[in-house]
Design a protein around this ligand. Sequence first.
Ligand code: ADP
Ligand code: MG
Length: 247
Amino acid sequence: MLKVENLTCQIADRVILKDLDLEIKKGEISVLMGPNGSGKSTLAKLLMGHPECEISKGKIIFQGKNITELDVTERARKGIFLAFQHPLEIPGVNFRSYLRLAFNSMRSKKEQLPVFKFRNLLQEKAKLFNIPDKLLNRNLNEGLSGGEKKKMEILQMAILNPKLAILDETDSGLDIDALAIVFENIAKLKSQNPDLSVLIITHYHKVFTYLKPDRVNIIYHGTIVETGDAALLDKIEKNGYKQYEEK
Ligand code: ADP
Ligand code: MG
């Protein structure tokens, strides 16, 4: 469903991603791993259409269409969702209103929901993920703990119902209990929606006790250097990334 071909991009003349190829199939849980600074967040943002890194070569194909030139909103409408490494706090923006706006902006007039119907949908999903009502009434991420922010992101995902969810170090800054809750919620969402493809960016092996990956991609210096099944995780845990250093 997603194919990245030969993608090369630069920030201020410095090449960040180079001839990068990546494929994610429908319903697959894919992992992207690599050392700090290897380009993981840059790739995540590029897939979502945040134009920080300027593409000089290659393309991004999503569900058979070339989306390289589409902006963030258009990609969100097509079903791509990015959970940021550091979710922004937006004081004064109410979570419910924000999410209803996002939800409706992706739907035709006929499919849009009025306040009370949206409220029911949100309540139902929040219950499923054990999110207390009081969190729904807060402003977007304002004053939330790291774990609460990540929980709210999974809730947003459940409401917006994407086809491809990209999770950029969703585990970063979480203690083990919060991590368990967040990844169990992702597993729950995935089990309700088997066609959902997930790209998990992480360093943390513990994540894979909650979610079993179908495919593992290793990124090193801005390019995918190895792709394999879950066994690749053990190889990385044992040998690290040094093995990919060019002579
Ligand atoms: P990762 O997420 O794998 O840790 P990033 O994608 O954040 O890596 O960064 C890849 C490289 O791009 C790093 O060398 C980083 O310094 C550089 N980079 C990222 N964003 C910017 C920016 N806005 N300006 C300049 N360099 C950047
Ligand atoms: Mg990063």
